[in-house]
Design a binder for this molecule. Structure first.
Ligand code: ATP
Length: 302
């Protein structure tokens, strides 16, 4: 068989169904307890064999330099495998930036999955996760996807059964939030919100969407100072969301809906006021090959 010349990978964004800060680790890092959910909003990454290393992100303002998670992932892959090769990478960026939806981590995961397939390196999922954890705390989740309880720095993953069928309306305001600044604000202000992530895990295992929503919450929401969050949350709840909360360190806010029509109506209504509104469903997988066709993992909308 001729070697592959090109691969295309889809990598889903994530939402936090809960996020709690449960302690401080040496070095000032925060110990987290979270439930993360991959959703049907994807980064699309195409990688071609090449002698050098290059990255283009048409239409995106994120710099394509050596701080970019995609470049970091490619360098980590070539260093680990010892392959003397390169890659020409193009990212169609669809996940909003500084949203708490781990778009940068999805890009890194997509590059690791893509290079592994392009060069037939056969790295295992645990090897990819170990490489990914060195790039960013959310990269292992971006590789695994689906529904996970996530603890530690974000690197300790427990895969859960698929979350009960539901819809998400996700609203990104006209500003983003830097993750380090969100944690610095938490250190100054703290939070009165501490969601019960164990109860949310149990709700997912039981397929109980109402209990999942009742256990939702984000310990970074109050201190983030994100001015639009309360208004967006109120609008999502007024349109019938079972719960509404900020995802990750913000700035995007999600509403969880049982019914598609309510989620669509909410998305349509909020579009007139907020610049970026997305409608998505849970995705059962993580970063995966779509060309040449890879293993199917769950159904998704693109
Ligand atoms: P998380 O939930 O993981 O904190 P986020 O959605 O808040 O993610 P991202 O959009 O993934 O944040 O990344 C934000 C920062 O990372 C930006 O300041 C950006 O310059 C930098 N960055 C580096 N590489 C990328 C990339 N490929 N895509 C997006 N941002 C990137």
């Amino acid at each position: 068989m001729l070697p592959r010349q090109m691969v295309t990978v889809l990598a889903p964004a994530k939402l936090n169904l809960s996020l709690d800060v449960v302690g401080l680790l040496p070095g000032g890092y925060h110990a987290l307890d979270m439930v993360m959910q991959a959703i049907t909003l994807y980064e699309r990454v195409t990688i071609r064999r090449s002698e050098g290393l290059s990255l283009r992100m048409p239409g995106s303002r994120v710099p394509a330099n050596d701080k970019n998670t995609a470049i970091k992932a490619a360098l980590a892959f070539f260093h680990y495998t010892g392959l003397l090769a390169g890659a020409e990478m193009v990212i169609e960026k669809r996940v909003p930036v500084r949203a708490g939806m781990a778009g940068g981590s999805a890009d890194a995961a997509a590059v690791l999955v893509g290079l592994n397939a392009l060069y037939g390196a056969n790295l295992s999922m645990s090897e990819l996760c170990a490489l990914g954890a060195g790039i960013g705390a959310d990269v292992p989740f971006a590789l695994m996807g689906g529904s996970c309880r996530v603890q530690g720095l974000g690197d300790l993953l427990k895969p859960l059964p698929p979350c009960p069928d539901c819809w998400f309306t996700v609203v990104m305001p006209d500003y983003g939030i830097s993750t380090p600044e969100a944690f610095a604000a938490y250190d100054r202000v703290g939070s009165t919100v501490h969601p019960d992530c164990a109860a949310q895990e149990a709700a997912i295992r039981a397929g109980d969407l109402a209990a999942l929503a009742a256990a939702a919450g984000n310990a970074l929401e109050e201190c983030s100072g994100a001015k639009a969050t309360p208004a967006i949350r109120q609008e999502l709840l007024a349109h019938g969301a079972l719960c509404a909360l900020m995802t990750g360190s913000g700035a995007a806010v999600l509403g969880l809906f049982r019914e598609e029509d309510k989620a669509r109506q909410a998305a349509q209504a909020l579009q007139s006021r907020w610049p970026q509104v997305y409608l998505a469903r849970p995705d059962r997988g993580g970063a995966r090959l779509v060309f040449p066709s890879g293993p199917k993992s769950g159904s998704f909308l693109v």
